[in-house]
Design a protein around this ligand. Structure first.
Ligand code: FES
Length: 102
């Protein structure tokens, strides 16, 4: 079973997105498009670990620089192994949202 660490470490089952896991763990994260990869509000930063490669939606919204820095959409991360994440806090949220614009 894979592990995901954000505010705490949890074990996750295959087939769930990071957004699903966050909701289950009561981690507040904005997701106005309900996990369809269209709004960019569920931005997270991958510090370490393995995930699926960026999806078409992420490639559309995130600059190459942001992807290299580890920014991803929580709703688009499906495969994960020993993932350590940084979740944008409220103060940085708007800043991060702006940064994903091309
Ligand atoms: S919830 Fe909208 S992009 Fe992830």
């Amino acid at each position: 079973m894979a592990k995901v660490t954000f505010e705490k470490t949890v074990e996750v089952k295959d087939g769930k997105t990071l957004l699903d896991i966050a909701k289950k763990e009561n981690i507040k994260i904005k997701a106005p498009c309900k996990g369809k990869g269209k709004c960019g509000k569920c931005l997270v930063k991958v510090i370490s670990g393995k995930t699926n490669p960026p999806t078409k939606n992420e490639l559309k919204f995130l600059s190459e620089k942001k992807l290299k820095e580890g920014y991803r959409f929580a709703c688009e991360i499906k495969d994960m192994d020993d993932l350590v994440l940084e979740w944008p806090n409220k103060k940085n949220e708007k800043k991060n949202e702006k940064k994903i614009e091309k």
